[in-house]
Ligand binder design. Structure first.
Ligand code: FCB
Length: 467
């Protein structure tokens, strides 16, 4: 496939993303405490009992992985900080040895000329906090604020880009609503309380970071899925609207409009948690960017019995996750978020695909499907930018094959293949292709003189972008 050489400004960031529990391993080292994912995997929550106890061994091999990022030409790297390394009990005494790791990681990235995007919560709650009620308990928001203070005090002088939470919908619903992720609880009321407290703790963290990491950019990452009605029938349209409320508006509206969507408040009825005075103002604290994780759209119909169902598209391609490949929907999504919510800047903080990668006779891994997937999505982003949407960067999920939560090691998303028995890294063919794309895009932008900041591509929006 040819490189599309998107028209993007020279300041556009090209990167890859990972998270702590999925890659680090070393779960019992340097004073790290237990997380809900250690417990969930140890008690049968994940496929084959797989766990992140070794994962990619990023904890010990991060320097080699940064060398891979350099080789790729990445200008940014998104990783997450493990709360149980910093505060093994969730609260209380800070474990400086845990913070030392992130200190070394950030310094090594900066030395390599790679901008660190640090996510503060990518689902690995300290188990003692779960024992005290977890995210459905309001006290967890205060614990998160203290954790963020400890991290910012140590790294706030060098990390210039912070993501408070990754995809709050997932820990809320998969973790507390449907029980398919840690901690495996099943209650609609708990899921909604968890979502509210994750959002509230985001607002508290923004305030801390403004103070402790001056001049840094602060945002949150949401998993936004376009919900398309399966037909023009009023039932299907209503079902898609409901799915959109559940997945997207329940998070976007409080963050950018300081309100939960009325139709969803009505739908959830008695399950809606107590919302205290001032909570929504805290949640809607102005942010510098919104991170968007995009993988697929859903085509939604009203199911018999009144629920919703996702309709399989016979003409579409699907990845190994069973997710429909739909790059046009990314373009539409970015335009919609810009028009309806107007964050000052957007980043695509995750996008990628799992395919059944295998090593060939010569040991190499050829993954043209992933390459095509990324190419189409980058093209969709370039189109959105051209039409005035301020997207500042793109992060492939993931740099490395890694622990895919409840699916264990059965799904490979990496640009780099990890041979789990030996932990050897083998860059796939998509890695070389992405390196070429980055180089061409950056050279193209330089030649075209498009070196203005991405945010300047659009008409100016107020900081925080409340609609
Ligand atoms: C996202 C998660 C990330 C990874 C990808 C495939 O929802 O943020 O950790 O699991 O899906």
């Amino acid at each position: 496939m040819k490189h599309i050489v998107p028209h993007l400004p020279n300041t556009f960031l090209w990167g890859a993303a990972t998270s702590a529990y999925q890659t680090e391993g070393a779960v019992a080292e340097d004073g790290r405490g237990e997380s809900i994912w250690d417990r969930f995997c140890a008690t049968g929550g994940s496929r084959n009992g797989d766990s992140g106890s070794v994962a990619c061994d990023f904890y010990h091999r991060y320097r080699d992985d940064i060398a891979l990022l350099r080789d790729l030409g990445a200008t940014a790297f998104r990783f997450s900080i493990a709360w149980p390394r910093v505060l093994p009990d969730g609260v209380g005494t800070v474990n400086q040895a845990g913070l030392d790791f992130y200190d070394r990681l950030v310094d090594a990235l900066l030395e390599a000329g790679i901008r660190p995007f640090a996510t503060l919560y990518h689902w690995d709650l300290p188990q003692p906090l779960e024992d005290a009620g977890g995210w459905p308990a309001r006290s967890t928001t205060e614990a998160f604020r203290c954790y963020v203070e400890a991290v910012a005090a140590r790294l706030g002088d060098r990390v210039s880009d912070w993501i408070t939470h990754n995809e709050p919908h997932v820990p809320s619903w998969a973790g507390y609503g449907h029980g398919v992720h840690a901690p495996g609880r099943r209650s609609v009321a708990d899921a909604l309380a968890a979502a509210h407290h994750l959002l509230l703790s985001h607002g508290l963290a923004v305030e801390v970071l403004r103070r402790e990491s001056r001049g840094s950019q602060v945002g949150i990452t949401l998993d936004l899925w376009p919900m398309v009605p399966a037909s023009a029938s009023s039932e299907d349209v209503a079902a898609a609207r409901e799915a959109d409320g559940d997945q997207n508006r329940w998070f976007l509206d409080p963050l950018f409009r300081a309100a939960y969507p009325e139709d969803m408040l009505e739908l959830y009825g008695p399950h809606v948690p107590r919302i205290e005075d001032g909570d929504l103002a805290t949640i809607a604290a102005p942010i510098d960017f919104l991170g968007v994780n995009y993988y697929h759209r859903d085509v939604v119909a009203r199911a018999e019995g009144g629920g919703r169902r996702v309709v399989h598209q016979a003409d579409s391609l699907y990845t190994e996750m069973g997710w429909e490949v739909s790059p046009d929907s990314l373009h539409d999504l970015l335009r919609r978020v810009h028009t309806e919510y107007a964050p000052p800047l957007l980043y695509v903080t995750e996008n990628g695909a799992a395919f059944g990668d295998v090593r060939g006779h010569d040991g190499s891994v050829h993954d043209p499907e992933r390459q095509a997937y990324i190419a189409l999505h980058v093209e969709a982003i370039a189109c959105a930018v051209e039409s005035g949407v301020p997207v500042g960067g793109y992060f492939v999920w993931s740099l490395l094959d890694n622990f895919e939560w409840a699916a264990g090691y059965s799904k490979r998303f990496g640009l780099v293949y990890v041979d789990y028995p030996t932990l050897e890294r083998i860059p796939k063919s998509s890695f070389a292709w992405y390196r070429g794309l980055i180089a061409e895009a950056r050279n193209g932008a330089r030649r075209a003189g498009l070196d203005r900041p991405a945010a300047a591509v659009t008409t100016s929006t107020p900081r925080g972008g409340a609609a």
